[in-house]
Design a protein around this ligand. Structure first.
Ligand SMILES: [Zn+2]
Length: 501
């Protein structure tokens, strides 16, 4: 059986989900759904990263236990997954998932057997926000480049991972594209980072400094495993590493890890070396998205502009939110979220353009053609279908390269073509003077509606199902989008997208 394995990064649970998390989830989901309908048997893993010191500190501030904080915030991420339509197959909660703990321990043992884990006394500047040691040179004005906070000096005896040993092999994997990094500028960043020299990194913390929170180092109760060493392994847990060897053989190596630009180093360097050490195959590609600002500003609690994806989906609908995030925010670059722009996209592009096209086409077939229409000799209608068919092929190519935003723009071009064709021929008037010509226009338009329904499914699964349901069809592979059915019979249909004032 064909398979395609895709993961999201697993978010920290020290705070509630925001719109940036939603962007990553819908990107991964759109790719997974594209693969699923095109016969690749996609499997998607997501989860929550709970064993961090941040979880303990946030829980203390709230006066609750770390277990409780993780449980309630992990649930919010699950709620967000439903709200934005993330169709996951595995959800790994790193602090409670027994199978994950087993996988981490097995993975640790493999690295240890390779001679890559050793104990050493160490002192360094540590940013709790990043859960990462920084060198002086990496700080900006003495502050963490991500969090703009002062890292604390930490000194203790930890286990280290022999990253330095893998410098050349990791470089070869990235430069040779054995692990493909998209976009190119992120790949270049990784290459520069490796060129600056890879140092061994600490993969454990003392139990005291971790406040007793985290997964124990096998055979050493005084140390817990460094949160990243545990979180990255969740990709293996989801694929059945220690649960189901057959499943794991089918799913691994991962086809795509979808991540944000702040954690490229962990995935493209640390993770690659860890897998080499454990003798596990490398992921095929890493897709890196940018950060999301809100109304041009960085999201922050103090500004009070953190956008809650659950509330926003409830207000505008899952399809509109997915459409907006995937089309208006660049797949690979930073982007800006604005509620006003989301509302405009819903009202103008979805309700106004696409919804209107579908509604007019199906309503006229209902009222003027008795609800059904057969294929007929076409002239201009055929040209319109061919033009749209060419775009459908481009959409397929763009999706294969994970160019989600560009693919969605192309799909909307088909709707534009359909609207222009309807508008210039006015079948509602034409039907009185030339019934055959009116049928040609409506048949071609119905063909375009069906094409859009199939193509748009990875982006707006709910709307696609409704659109196709109006003609008694279900989502299917992109190859079917360019077929011309022998006839259409229109079922009950409602308003596809409701405008919001
Ligand atoms: Zn930081």
């Amino acid at each position: 059986m064909a398979k395609f394995y895709i993961t999201t990064s697993i978010p920290y649970v020290n705070a509630r989900p925001h719109i940036g998390h939603a962007l990553e989830f819908v990107q991964a989901d759109a790719i997974a759904r594209y693969k699923k309908i095109n016969g690749h048997g996609a499997f998607l893993t997501t989860g929550t990263d709970e064993n961090s010191l941040k979880s303990v500190i946030s829980a203390q501030k709230l006066g609750i236990s770390a277990e409780e904080l993780c449980r309630s915030n992990s649930k919010l991420f699950k709620d967000m997954s439903s709200a934005v339509g993330l169709s996951y197959d595995a959800f790994v909660r790193t602090s409670v998932d027994k199978e994950h703990m087993k996988t981490v321990q097995e993975f640790w043992a493999k690295c240890s057997e390779s001679g890559d884990i050793y104990k050493k006394k160490y002192g360094g500047l540590y940013c709790v926000g990043c859960e990462l040691f920084y060198t002086e040179g990496e700080l900006i004005g003495g502050l963490c480049p991500e969090h703009h906070t002062k890292p604390e000096f930490v000194e203790e005896e930890n286990y280290f991972f022999r990253l330095s040993k893998y410098e050349k092999r990791v470089m070869d994997a990235i430069e040779g594209n054995a692990v493909q990094i998209l976009p190119q500028e992120r790949r270049a960043e990784v290459i520069n980072f490796i060129k600056s020299g890879l140092e061994d990194f600490s993969v454990s913390r003392s139990v005291e400094r971790a406040h007793g929170w985290g997964l124990h180092v096998p055979g050493d109760d005084t140390q817990v495993i460094y949160v990243w060493f545990d979180a990255l392994v969740s990709y293996l847990t989801g694929a059945g590493f220690s649960r189901d060897k057959d499943l794991f053989r089918r799913l691994w190596p991962a086809d795509i890890h979808v991540i944000g630009k702040g954690i490229v180093r962990f995935h493209a360097v640390y993770w690659i070396a860890m897998l080499m050490s454990a003798g596990v195959e490398l992921p095929k590609s890493i897709l890196v998205h940018g950060y999301v600002t809100v109304d041009g500003q960085k999201m922050s609690k103090s500004i009070g502009n953190v956008v809650d994806p659950i509330a926003i989906s409830a207000k505008y609908g899952q399809d509109a939110v997915r459409y907006y995030l995937l089309k208006e925010i660049s797949t690979f670059q930073d982007g800006d979220f604005s509620e006003k722009a989301l509302k405009d996209a819903l009202n103008n592009e979805l309700a106004g353009n696409l919804g209107n096209f579908i509604n007019r086409t199906f309503t006229f077939i209902g009222s003027r053609m008795g609800g059904s229409i057969k294929e007929l000799e076409m002239d201009e209608g055929r040209l319109v279908i061919d033009e749209a068919g060419k775009i459908a092929a481009e959409v397929d190519g763009l999706m294969a390269r994970c160019q989600l935003g560009m693919a969605l723009m192309k799909i909307m071009e088909i709707s534009n073509i359909g609207n222009r064709y309807l508008q210039s021929n006015e079948p509602w008037k034409l039907a009185d003077v030339d019934e055959r010509a009116a049928r040609e226009v409506l048949f071609a338009c119905a063909t375009l509606c069906r094409m859009i329904g199939i193509l748009v499914y990875p982006f707006m699964p709910g709307a696609a199902e409704r659109m196709l349901g109006y003609i008694g069809e279900k989502p299917s592979g992109y190859g079917k989008a360019v077929e011309i059915p022998a006839s259409f019979s229109i079922k009950e249909h409602g308003i596809l997208f409701k405008k919001i004032e």
